[in-house]
Write a protein that binds this ligand. Sequence first.
Ligand code: NAD
Length: 447
Amino acid sequence: SGPGSSGPIKISVFGTGYLGATHAVAMAELGFEVMGADTDQGKVDALAAGKVPFFEPGLDPLLEKHLATGRLTFTSDLAAAAAWGDVHFICVGTPQMKTSHAANLSYVESAATTIARNLTKDALIVGKSTVPVGTAARLREVIAAELPAGRKAELVWNPEFLREGKAVDDTLHPDRIVLGGTSAQAEATLREVYAGPIAEGTPVVVTDLPTAELVKVSANAFLATKISFINAISTVCEAAGADVTVLADALGHDVRIGRQFLNAGLGFGGGCLPKDIRALMHRANELGAYRASALLQQVDEINMGQRERVLDMAVEACGGSVLNHRIGVLGAAFKPDTDDVRDSPALNVAAALHLRGAQVTVFDPEAGDTARRSFPTLSYATSIQEAVEGTDVVLVLTEWDEFAKADAEKLAPLTSSPRVVDARGKLDPARWRAAGWEFAGLGRPAA
Ligand code: NAD
């Protein structure tokens, strides 16, 4: 039972974006009564009507299922959700500040304030958002100051590691569950919430608040470092005539290294990795951990440099200038299996080419609409064929399977001249060259 009432645990989820919507649906799937609360009325209306406002494989059917079971509701009445729940998950955004590398914590603070102020019973508040180390301790003070007289609330941190594109599975079957700063009672409540995954053998790491906060950003920093490592090596490969994809396969056979996150290419983007490593950089500097900060600074610079390298390759493929050249861009999402274009390297390169005077046509299997919303001045195609038609060069900027499977022979005659730049190591150079394409790949030898 919940901390403030007898009966089954009622779970409220504050913030119903990529993380919160998935978490709310997954908690209903685990059998709890769930209320998702968001300040964005449009999002709340969509979810309440059974429509996930973004593309996430497998989420729609589970949302419909639990709207039907009646276990899952959505509201924009944050105070009502605070009054209703026993366990409150904070899943709001922590984007990068406009003016610095630091994380913007105003949404997290606002959610914690709203929850604390409107509690009608003792409660457990669980932070899931990714936050700089030290945030939770400060939020405890905020909460203590806001609690109605006589109410008790405990704040703990339970960072989320889900991947967009695999969010449902990652939430229901996580690699690990990290619980930070829990009392014995809070730990028991969360073990009840996660009883399903725990019964499957998911390891639970119980630790203090700062460690829990840091596990999350360190995981992202490590993944980002792995990508920037292989991208740095890819520049050496290019200069030396080596093939980074073969090299990565060979490295990956070493179980200490592993093959994942060793794809050289346009680099990482999205709503998490870039802002998380920058926030850690910023926080590490504040804490005097300058070497950690310097390492992450390099990781970020290498990553952003990949976008420049791909721009240079496009310029070269167009004979020295992209002005008035027609460029087909395959990919807008920051990675496949999502429609998320937040800090997308693909869209960033497409936009830069547009600003340099190229006529850019973008195709993405899922992210066309989100891309159009954030970059309306680009042209958008509804198929690979349409994006490739009449182009001087084609760029592959997101690693959708659909692009790897594309029929190079059928596409070649549609172009004004068949030139392709594979910025994701996704295409088979031999096949494309045999189909008449001039092929350039990051970290791949010339023909
Ligand atoms: P998002 O922008 O998709 O969703 C955030 C939601 O919070 C929005 O719908 C917004 O309207 C809502 N919101 C803002 N203030 C609110 C308030 N006071 N009360 C209620 N709702 C409020 O962001 P996201 O991708 O879901 O990320 C949320 C957090 O989860 C971030 O800290 C992120 O770093 C972390 N995270 C994200 C992922 C991921 O893959 N997206 C994975 C792990 C962790």
